[in-house]
Design a protein around this ligand. Structure first.
Ligand code: UD1
Length: 416
């Protein structure tokens, strides 16, 4: 089993380049199955989640050709398998994003239920409600969601919660349906806009992505094309927080600053200097940091995917900070690992109260999910002495070349 070792106490300084967005890439690779012709995708990050999804679609009979370190060509013939087994789905919950495209183009989909995960129960009721409204029949049989339909028909659908996955899945299903679909109370994350832009570049007719209402006029088929995925705002945010927490001075390249605006606002509130230029952000932490309060919310609120990393930073900020996790119920559990490093945190329900201590102490710790893993890296960077992080596979799911990037800006980190 691989482990990451960190010798804490170094300020991060230098320039780091951000890779393509994991969550946009996962949705766009899934959406590629809708295309009748070859699709070439650029800025695809080399991370486990993406590689697992590419293997899953290749196993369905989709032709996947690597065209370089961050490019991939995807060709989906008219006949492929539409069954995704549990042994694959359990490696990647986001493989449920194949349901929409498979139903829309092949009128059939059987996807093993992904089950819970370490950050909460993650139901799929909203996805299913949407597919049913479009005319698909869905059932749960032997641990599989089975869906079938004749051509889907446009409909008006209101999401009870602006779920990212449900918005993407229903949008992908509606693209090839008969007539118009109106999706209300949808997620507004940048990855939704990226997915809509990609689909429109293939001939889809989607309007309103990035607002509360998305309108989709169904088309008969989608063509091919070339598309470059947006930069990963969560990877960028993780480096921004690591820079701030280590009192560093880091320039982050290949970033769309509006996508990290909620984090920029909170870092500034914490007394961190953040300079925004075209596709570049500089984070400088000269002064003592101040405590802050955070509530996670759907975009443009503060992202749940940045909550753990910010908690790591706040463990050593003098005063009291409060974090309320509104999106995933189990996402405060990383606090237990920080406490093993000397942090003072009280968790009650969805709220964590963090009393800043002077220093964290390096310790052996365990990642329980992807962002908790990233947060433990931040904690290790600011701790006295050595930190050993196990379950590194969680981190590799979403961060490309994490230790090489950190070493290039002065961190003492290695993998064994
Ligand atoms: C996506 C992201 C994940 C991010 C999350 C919230 C991907 C691959 N993953 O996950 O990194 O943390 O958005 O920004 O893009 N819910 C339901 N019923 C449903 C669907 C969701 O109740 O049918 C609930 C979930 O339990 C959760 C909340 O909605 O409490 C948000 O989930 P959702 O936005 O769907 O997250 P994901 O798409 O799974």
């Amino acid at each position: 089993m691989q482990k990451l070792y960190i010798k804490g106490g170094k300020s991060l300084k230098g320039t780091v380049r951000i890779s393509g967005a994991k969550n946009a890439a996962l949705a766009i690779i899934s959406a590629s199955l809708l295309a009748q012709e070859t699709v070439c995708l650029d800025n695809i990050p080399d991370i486990t989640d993406v590689n697992v999804l590419l293997d899953i679609v290749a196993n369905l009979g989709v032709e996947v050709v690597r065209k370089g370190p961050d490019s991939v060509e995807i060709t989906t013939p008219d006949r492929i398998s539409t069954i995704t087994p549990y042994r694959e789905v359990k490696k990647l919950r986001a493989s449920n994003l194949l349901l929409g495209p498979l139903l829309a183009r092949f009128c059939n989909a059987e996807i093993a239920l992904p089950g819970g995960c370490n950050i909460g129960s993650r139901p799929m009721d909203l996805h299913i409600k949407g597919f049913e409204a479009l005319g698909a029949a869905l059932s749960l049989e032997h641990g599989f969601i089975k869906g079938c339909c004749s051509r889907l028909t446009g409909s008006k659908i209101y999401l009870d919660f602006p779920s990212v996955g449900a918005t993407e899945n229903i949008m992908m299903a509606a693209v090839l349906s008969k007539g118009q679909t109106v999706l209300e109370n949808v997620a507004k994350e940048p990855e939704i806009v990226d997915l809509a832009n990609f689909l429109n570049s293939l001939g889809a007719k989607i309007r309103g992505a990035g607002t509360d209402v998305i309108k989709i006029d169904g088309v008969d088929q989608l063509g091919g094309g070339r598309y470059s995925v947006i930069p990963d705002r969560i990877e960028a945010g993780t480096f921004m927080v690591a820079a701030a927490a280590t009192h560093g001075n880091v320039t982050i390249e290949n970033i769309i600053s509006t996508h990290v605006e909620p984090l920029i606002a909170k870092l500034r509130e914490a007394n961190v200097e953040v300079l925004e230029e075209d596709e570049i952000i500089r984070v400088i932490a000269r002064e003592e940091l101040r405590p802050i309060d955070i509530k996670t919310l759907p975009y443009p609120g503060f992202p749940t995917d940045m909550q753990s990393q910010v908690m790591a930073m706040l463990t050593v900020v003098k005063g009291t900070s409060v974090i309320v996790e509104n999106v995933f119920e189990n996402r405060l559990q990383v606090a237990d690992e920080f406490k093993r490093m000397g942090a003072k945190i009280k968790v009650e329900g969805r709220t964590a109260v963090i009393q800043g201590v002077q220093r964290l102490q390096g310790a052996q710790v365990k990642a329980s999910d992807l962002r908790a893993g990233a947060a433990l890296i931040v904690a290790g960077l600011i701790a006295d002495g050595d930190t050993e992080i196990c379950n590194t596979f969680y981190i590799d799911r979403g961060y490309e070349k994490i230790e090489q990037k950190l070493i290039s800006i002065g961190a003492d980190i290695s993998r064994i």
